[in-house]
Ligand binder design. Structure first.
Ligand SMILES: CC(C)(COP(=O)(O)OP(=O)(O)OC[C@H]1O[C@@H](n2cnc3c(N)ncnc32)[C@H](O)[C@@H]1OP(=O)(O)O)[C@@H](O)C(=O)NCCC(=O)NCCS
Length: 151
């Protein structure tokens, strides 16, 4: 098992992992364009030379970043890979000097296991919600906001 920064050659695999779950309404859809433009935010998890997981860290502000687009292939769930990807994104956050990481998710229980706590969405900067305005699920997407300290 190896987690590494994503490359452009990985984009189609990331696209299919994320959109498979988005089709099942477990996360939000992401376009190829959005993945290419933000490829430097992504890590991929390889198992026996195949990409079976991905995740991204998006910096929002001087002290805040978001874990996004986290997905582990169906047949590799429950092996600790999701946790490993989030831990790698936390490592990247710490390297960048980020103090707090949040996520907006339909799977709050998974993130609670990793030390996140549910927060009132109003405590997130307005900037985050202004991005949500462009989503077709706004304002009732049902995603739960959670946060963890990097300190
Ligand atoms: C959510 C997801 C990333 C978890 O990945 P995973 O590799 O299966 O999870 P892990 O094996 O690392 O699990 C870590 C811990 O969380 C728990 N867990 C995993 N998925 C969970 C869930 N949906 N609900 C509650 N707990 C969960 C595990 O039991 C494990 O607990 P333990 O440490 O006590 O054994 C994966 O199921 C997935 O890709 N789901 C579809 C996409 C999605 O929902 N993405 C995240 C939100 S946007």
């Amino acid at each position: 098992m190896n987690i590494r920064p994503a490359k452009v050659i990985d984009v189609k695999k990331i696209y299919s992992l994320v959109n498979h779950y988005a089709d099942n309404k477990e996360m939000l859809h992401r376009s190829l364009n959005a993945i290419y433009e933000n490829i430097q935010e992504f890590v991929v998890l390889e198992y026996e030379n195949t990409i079976v997981g991905c995740g991204a860290l998006h910096v929002s502000w001087s002290d805040l970043a978001e874990v996004k687009a986290l997905a582990v292939s169906e047949s590799f769930k429950g092996k600790g890979f999701g946790r490993k990807i989030v831990e790698k994104l936390h490592e990247n956050a710490k390297y960048l000097g980020i103090e707090k990481v949040f996520t907006l998710t339909f799977k709050p229980e998974f993130f609670k296991k990793l030390g996140y706590s549910v927060i009132p969405k109003e405590t997130l900067p307005h900037k985050i919600w202004s991005e949500c305005v462009n989503c077709h699920l706004f304002p009732d997407c049902g995603e739960v906001p959670l946060m963890i300290s990097m300190q």
